[in-house]
Ligand binder design. Sequence first.
Ligand code: ATP
Ligand code: MG
Length: 388
Amino acid sequence: MKEVLLIKLGEVVLKGLNRRGFEDVLLKNIRMSLKKVGNFSVSISQSTIYVLPVDDKSDIDNAVEKISKIFGIAAFSRACAAQKNMDDIKLKAQEYLKDKLEFAKTFKVESKRADKRFPMKSPEISAEIGGHILEKFPNIKVDVHNPDVTIMVEIRESGAYISADVFAGAGGLPVGTADKAMVLISGGIDSPVAAWMMAKRGVQLKAIHFASPPYTSPRAEQKVHELLERVSLYSGSIELITVPFTEIQENIKNKCPEEFFTIIMRRIMMQIAQRIALDYNCKALITGESLGQVASQTMHAIACTQEPLTMPVFRPLIGMDKDEIVSISRKINTFEISIQPYEDCCTVFTPKHPKTKPILKYVKQAESTVDFKPLIDECIKNIKVLNI
Ligand code: ATP
Ligand code: MG
């Protein structure tokens, strides 16, 4: 029996004149993602995307796994295709849903007739299919309010489709519809979640990571690669830029007052990220900051790290509690990797008593003891690029 996927668009349907562009990107993303699991035909008609396996090697279970991670999809269902006549629809419904209907106590049928040339109206279709099911499965009853199984029958231009399970899609907007942005990624819990959240809004991701060997280990960089691999299952491939940050950190440690270590380091990080983001045609930066989570994420501290920048900085976690962030990181499978104990460049040389309300004037004074310009130029010259 031929099984297909019917995909319902998410927020894309709210777009007016731009809608076609959003749909094209979504179709491209679906085709790209399914390429890895077989040969599928992907087309759109009447606001539904159809995914049809083209040969026996195209496994629908693998396709479901891929589709569930593509942004821009509100919901999808596995369905069986039938000819547009009641006999075939009844027969296919009975066979396709046999396992479910044998064990269920109650069911109902919902029909949708998108093809108005079909001779019966939706309530008539439902009644006739329902009657057939009652005949073939003597132990089942109709319950229109709270059924164990809801049989959906859709009559469309391209054929009739029967389904019983609707799965939630990943939501959001198709990746690639909202320009590029560069996420500052550490090995922690927060930044992979921030990256995922912005990809969900259609942003194409680039990533930047600051490493300070030998204070940070190669294993810490490996961890970042693994985190981005998990995020890329949703966002598509991500280019990662790794910045050698040791010399700058040593200069800060040796020459600046301890209470300002972190805030100065973060100002420099953001400036380097912005310069590289511009080179890579990114229009914004993304961080995993959450208001008040640590001393460098108070409103004063964020104002200080923002000050040297001209690019917008997206902080999608700013109003979230840690447990809300953790629950997303579990959902996207980054949590177990994030909690592996490898040091981050932010955690080497942390001051004992960081200023929680740094004042820009004093931060700038503290910073002026080092000429950062040549150091920044040097570390930008030595970046490593890797495609994940
Ligand atoms: P995370 O869990 O994302 O590491 P955090 O709570 O540990 O965040 P900080 O260490 O203060 O917070 O970092 C705040 C943000 O700065 C991170 O979310 C990330 O966007 C960025 N960041 C921190 N360390 C690095 C790094 N080594 N490379 C790139 N970006 C970093
Ligand atoms: Mg961190």
